[in-house]
Ligand binder design. Structure first.
Ligand SMILES: [Zn+2]
Length: 146
């Protein structure tokens, strides 16, 4: 039920990021990448050692991404249904710019960067994603046998 509400909001209030996500999904599908379902999300796994990004109810992560990374990206998905059309400007674009700035700084030898979750939108994505999708609360439900 919560998953249904999530998709309804993703396809309405959060349609901006969802539309971008559908475009990304189309490109990945054409490239032969098959998605899987993770919690309420469509999950694509591509490449290695780069991290991930989220667009609406789908996210793309490195192959074999840990649960913590999936939870973080899912947290951005929850931000999207809350922030709606403001999502790209409040979170997605600043997050992408910061991600690349950090990569470049690290490649240049900087070792004094603040923690990744040190900025509000990344910390919030991790907290919300972990609270909603992490841990043991998502173990598959046992089917009751009559
Ligand atoms: Zn993030």
């Amino acid at each position: 039920m919560k998953g249904l509400l999530f998709w309804v909001l993703s396809l309405t209030w959060g349609i901006l990021m969802t539309a971008f996500g559908l475009l990304v999904s189309l490109v990945l599908l054409i490239a032969g990448v098959r998605p899987s379902r993770w919690r309420w999300f469509l999950c694509f796994e591509v490449g290695a050692g780069w991290g991930g990004f989220e667009c609406g109810p789908m996210f793309v992560v490195e192959r074999g991404a840990p649960e913590s990374m999936r939870c973080h990206e899912a947290g951005h998905g929850v931000q999207n249904i809350l922030f709606g059309p403001l999502m790209p400007f409040l979170v997605s674009i600043p997050s992408a710019v910061r991600y690349w700035a950090r990569r470049i700084a690290l490649a240049r030898g900087r070792r004094d960067l603040p923690p990744y979750d040190g900025i509000w939108f990344e910390g919030q994505a991790t907290r919300w994603g972990t609270k909603l999708f992490g841990g043991t609360q998502h173990k598959p439900r046992l089917r009751r046998i009559k």
